[in-house]
Ligand binder design. Sequence first.
Ligand SMILES: CC(C)(COP(=O)(O)OP(=O)(O)OC[C@H]1O[C@@H](n2cnc3c(N)ncnc32)[C@H](O)[C@@H]1OP(=O)(O)O)[C@@H](O)C(=O)NCCC(=O)NCCS
Length: 210
Amino acid sequence: MPRQDSRHRKAANGHNRMTYTIARYPVHLIDFVSAAKGRRVTIRPMLPQDFKLQREFFRSLSGGARYGRFLTSFNDLPDAIAERLGKIDYSRHLALLAEVFEGNSETMVGEARYVIDEHDPATCEFAIAVADDWQGCGIGRALLAKLEREAAASGIRRIRADTLYDNKAMRRLATRNGYAVKANRDDARLVKLEKQLSAWVPTNVPPLAA
Ligand SMILES: CC(C)(COP(=O)(O)OP(=O)(O)OC[C@H]1O[C@@H](n2cnc3c(N)ncnc32)[C@H](O)[C@@H]1OP(=O)(O)O)[C@@H](O)C(=O)NCCC(=O)NCCS
């Protein structure tokens, strides 16, 4: 089980500073994809110290995109949510970010994550968002595919999310990738997206001889 441990330490100047210990950073999830704009996009597992990038990313989203992602309105990421998003252990909670580099600047342009259902470890809940200027370039598809593959490899058999009934982009992304779209009886604003995952077998490894 990966271990993530954060604690306050005194820095040389006497100020508290946060340090992290992550037993296993899943480097196999680092990838580079070509987005439609001809730009190279890096996908990698999020680190606790990415909180600043993440906050800037959520600030940069339009009100509509933010509402689509969180199903509620807010101008800035509330601290309680930011803290929850930062509690990543790459096992029960996996978060991937997509980013671009320009000169010395690093800009987050997308994120996707899943959290395993605490009552049913074979099921996870996912969420995804791509920066408005980068939507329609294939980043959402790339993030979701990677998330699903890792979920399947970890033994998760069902991935699901609630999304707004009129979220055309999310519904399209989901249906094109094999998700069933069902009514949400508890909330007519929403639909349920759900996909069964089968055990993932790496394609570059030949099957074992019988
Ligand atoms: C939903 C979202 C993540 C899709 O990401 P994206 O990077 O734009 O998606 P992609 O470029 O990979 O496109 C995936 C598919 O959706 C389609 N699509 C993208 N934007 C669309 C739009 N506005 N309307 C209709 N279809 C759209 C694409 O054409 C593509 O379909 P195709 O495979 O048939 O070509 C993005 O629109 C977003 O961040 N929305 C705001 C946050 C949100 O609503 N999140 C959902 C929370 S569960």
